[in-house]
Design a protein around this ligand. Structure first.
Ligand SMILES: O=C(O)C1=C[C@@H](OP(=O)(O)O)[C@@H](O)[C@H](O)C1
Ligand SMILES: C=C(OP(=O)(O)O)C(=O)O
Length: 425
């Protein structure tokens, strides 16, 4: 078993100000858009974590120049070409966003990743690219590993996909769409698309890069062909990764300020303001950032998290510490994330004495006195950070492989420890 990290207990209400690094989702979109642009650009204050460094490496292998310039990345688009190999790790954004870029390249591009990446759905992207004329060798499996045999361009046009297992299928096709000869029209045909906030992020960022996008019709997105602008893209703090820090204030009755909380954002983490308010906290915005203050009591919640699924683990952790039951719905697709998040949360919280069960599309959580024990993380960064929240109130929580937080937040334990010592300082 990998090393255990003893999650620190909060012996007093947590009072701290934290600076959360950049958003994974914004950084990886900014990199793709910059790589496809007509001229050089900068990604300012990017997140540097496993998922974003995999994106950088993947784009470099396709011929894009990306240089470190102080805190920023300078991106010089080049002629996209194979042969190349892209390691996707377990990054949904890399395994979904880069195949359409590879389809634009001339030459074979091999995609591989962690064992879990073989189980994550990719059919929406593979089938769409095939329908648009790109050859893909996936041995009939519609998943990783696979080779995209790009012909140096994509004709584009109308494509029908079922994106009910991941919004990233839609985002992937839209991000490369301006470079397809006819642009792209993506029509979703299945049950509802999860994580719609992330599609809104894609649309906003495409428009900011000069693309013409029509998202006026439900479940249909049109991107016109045209050049993308090389420009400065400033990355917002990762509001989903702010979740555990805000949760620390909520469950300990303390007060945590997250610096530079954007006033307008498409990040799902912005929903934490209302969710954690319903659960007993209160939020204020000042020039210092967003402050969440715990109200002493933590309440259960009934919440449909379909649009903001990646917040589920941290909300489940808070719910397990609440004074009443919770029901989190709309998140069946979490079974196909970094791990089966529903099964993992049930097993690990219950192993600490909790009372959680799976329903068709989510979790029911009845708070119960918890005890210490090993909390397994299944290579899932958000399981690890959720465990840290539980550990604030439950002595003896030992988090297995906390290093998995490097997927999106490499210094998580350092930040957590500093947050806890700030209240004493
Ligand atoms: O596009 C993105 O940046 C993301 C979209 C969502 O994926 P799903 O639609 O697969 O849930 C989200 O859960 C993931 O963390 C990031
Ligand atoms: C689902 C997630 O990641 P990915 O981008 O790998 O899908 C996540 O970060 O919660």
């Amino acid at each position: 078993m990998s090393a255990l990290w003893s999650a620190p207990v909060a012996s007093a209400p947590v009072t701290a100000t934290v600076e959360v690094p950049g958003s994974k989702s914004v950084t990886n979109r900014a990199l793709v858009l910059a790589a496809l642009a007509g001229g050089p650009g900068y990604v300012r204050r990017p997140l540097r974590s496993r998922d974003t460094l995999l994106m950088v490496a993947g784009l470099r292998s396709l011929g894009v120049v990306i240089e470190d310039r102080g805190d920023d990345w300078y991106v010089l688009p080049g002629r996209l070409a194979g042969p190349a190999v892209v390691d996707c790790g377990n990054a949904g954004t890399v395994m979904r966003f880069l195949p359409p870029v590879a389809a634009l390249a001339a030459g074979p591009v091999r995609f591989d990743g962690d064992p879990r990446s073989y189980e994550r759905p990719l059919d929406g992207v593979i089938n769409a690219l095939r329908d648009l004329g790109t050859r893909i060798d996936d041995e009939g499996e519609a998943r990783l590993p696979m080779t995209v045999l790009g012909g140096g361009g994509v004709e584009g046009g109308v494509v029908r996909i079922d994106a009910s297992s991941s919004s990233q299928f839609v985002s992937a096709l839209l991000l490369s769409g301006p470079r397809f000869n006819l642009g792209v029209e993506v029509r979703h045909t299945g049950t509802s698309v999860p994580s719609m906030t992330h599609i809104a992020m894609t649309v906003d960022m495409l428009r900011a890069a000069g693309a013409r996008v029509d998202d006026g019709e439900p479940n249909v997105w049109r991107v016109a062909p045209g050049a993308l602008l090389g420009r400065d893209m400033v990355v917002e703090p990762d509001l989903s990764n702010a979740g555990p820090f805000l949760a620390a204030a909520l469950v300990t009755g303390g007060s945590v300020t997250v610096r530079d909380w954007p006033e307008h954002t498409t990040q799902p983490g912005d929903r934490l303001r209302s969710i954690f308010t319903t659960m007993g906290g209160s939020c204020t915005r000042t020039s210092a950032g967003l402050t969440l203050t715990g109200g002493g009591a933590v309440h259960g919640i009934e919440a449909d998290l379909h649009d903001v699924g990646e917040l589920t683990p941290v909300i489940a952790a808070v719910a397990a510490l609440a004074d009443g039951p919770s029901r989190l719905t709309g998140v069946a697709h979490l079974r196909l994330h970094e791990t089966d998040r529903l099964a993992a949360l049930v097993k690990e919280i219950n192993d600490l004495g909790g009372d959680v069960n799976e329903i068709d599309d989510g979790l029911e959580i009845r708070p119960r006195a918890l005890h210490g024990g090993v909390f397994h993380t299944y290579d899932d960064h958000r399981l690890a950070t959720a465990a840290a929240v539980l550990g604030l109130l439950v002595p003896g929580v030992e988090v297995e492989n906390v290093a998995t937080t490097a997927k999106t937040l490499p210094d998580f334990t350092g930040m957590w420890t500093r947050m806890l010592s700030a209240r004493r300082g």
